[in-house]
Design a binder for this molecule. Structure first.
Ligand code: GLA
Length: 391
């Protein structure tokens, strides 16, 4: 892909946020917390069903430049909005707003600090992000993780020894304060990411994970269908509900554990959405078992199989995503929608030398069909959240 190396764009964002923080809050920026978005190779809509997922952190991230100050102040630079209050107890964010994610993290982090007799220090934070919003790349998880890391940086202490605990705190912030009943995958990927590796994450507590290398000759493209979606409204919660109820009916703690025999035996007791949830979970498990991440052909094949299930069984795709995926597959790539679906992005895996050609063809195909441009970016498996000292 002919693209300005993203590391330099992130650096420029950090400098911009630092200058803005200085100008708006009159404080000297102390640190930049950087938390990436993610894609997921396979295992979609199974993190809340106790399944195994295979995400990697991408080189697009949320940046929170922070400094201790006299008040709690947050500047959402990309939205040109500000949120400030004198004390943590004055926070009253509307559920689902960007402020609610911050309120969640601050409230939960304050509790963790309080248990160690540390008071949440007032701080000023300037936030900007290169993770496209509402596109299935976990921009909101990146926001929560960036804020949590900024809290750690300002207090010069880790909130937890175990990085997965930090991911859990961010997940709870999103669930309880923003109102999205999400799983652990997005926050875990943002926290755990490693260069050139994907994370094999078991999404049941106690969570466990290990890393697997991604093929070096493979390029990953993310194609934005332009159809925006919101997890907070309806569909995602309904899917999750169906998954939980299907597990109950099939007599398993997690839907991921249901077998084909269970499904056949109890099929008539399941509602249509519950049956779809169970069939999809079973399919994703088969995909995961068939997957050898070092084998490019297997990877592409399983991506395609996963999309088919998301489209036909779970029914979370849309014509724009199906079109992108079909174009990519016609060109010999593997592709599927990524994240919750209902719009957002498709992930395309293709041998590196073909990446530019495939990206251009996908764009042309999309423009011909929808008379619209779709954005295509290349992403690489990247390191997880970190704090950079600016002082
Ligand atoms: C969203 C949620 C995740 C996961 C995916 C679907 O990204 O935040 O927890 O459920 O959808 O795999």
């Amino acid at each position: 892909m002919t693209e300005f190396p993203h590391a330099r764009i992130l650096d420029a964002r950090i400098h911009h946020a630092a200058a803005e923080l200085h100008a708006r809050a009159r404080v000297t920026p102390k640190l930049a917390a950087i938390a990436p978005g993610r894609v997921n190779i396979v295992g979609e809509h199974v993190d809340y069903a106790g399944g195994v997922v295979l995400p990697f952190a991408i080189d697009r991230a949320c940046v929170a430049v922070a400094a201790p100050s006299n008040a709690l102040q947050f500047f959402a630079l990309d939205l040109n909005q500000e949120w400030s209050f004198a004390a943590a107890s004055d926070m009253h964010a509307t559920k689902g707003s960007w402020q609610s994610y911050i309120q969640g993290v601050l409230t939960l982090a304050a509790d963790v600090l309080a248990a160690r007799n540390i008071r949440l220090h007032p701080m000023s934070v300037a936030i900007t992000s290169t993770v496209p919003r509402g596109s299935g790349l976990s921009s909101s998880a990146a926001l929560t993780v960036a804020i949590a890391k900024a809290v750690e940086g300002v207090h010069a202490t880790a909130l937890f020894d175990d990085p997965l605990e930090l991911a859990r705190l961010c997940q709870h912030a999103e669930r309880n304060f923003a109102g999205v009943p999400c799983g652990i995958m997005d926050h875990a990927a943002s926290v755990l990411g490693q260069h050139n590796r994907a994370i094999v994450l078991s999404c049941r507590e106690p969570n466990s994970f290990h890393y697997t290398s991604t093929p070096s000759n493979l390029a990953w493209l993310v194609v934005d269908s332009g159809v925006s979606r919101s997890l907070a409204v309806g569909n995602y919660a309904a899917l999750r509900n169906a998954s939980d109820h299907a597990a109950q009916t099939l007599g398993v703690q997690f839907l991921w554990d249901a077998t084909e025999e269970d499904l056949n035996a109890f099929a008539q007791n399941l509602t249509v959405p519950q049956r779809r949830a169970a069939t999809h979970a079973l399919g994703e498990r088969n995909v995961l078992h068939a997957l050898a991440t070092a084998d490019v052909a297997a990877l592409k094949r399983e991506l395609n199989a996963s999309h088919q299930s998301l489209r036909d069984v779970l029914q979370v795709s849309c014509p724009e995503l199906d079109h992108v995926v079909a174009s990519a597959q016609r060109l010999g790539a593997g592709a599927r929608l990524v994240g919750a679906g209902f719009g957002g992005c498709a992930l395309v895996a293709v041998e590196s030398p073909m990446a530019d050609r495939v990206a251009a063809a996908i764009r042309d195909d999309f423009a011909r069909r929808f008379a619209l441009e779709c954005n295509v970016i290349a992403v690489t498996p990247s390191n997880g959240a970190r704090v950079v000292d600016l002082a």
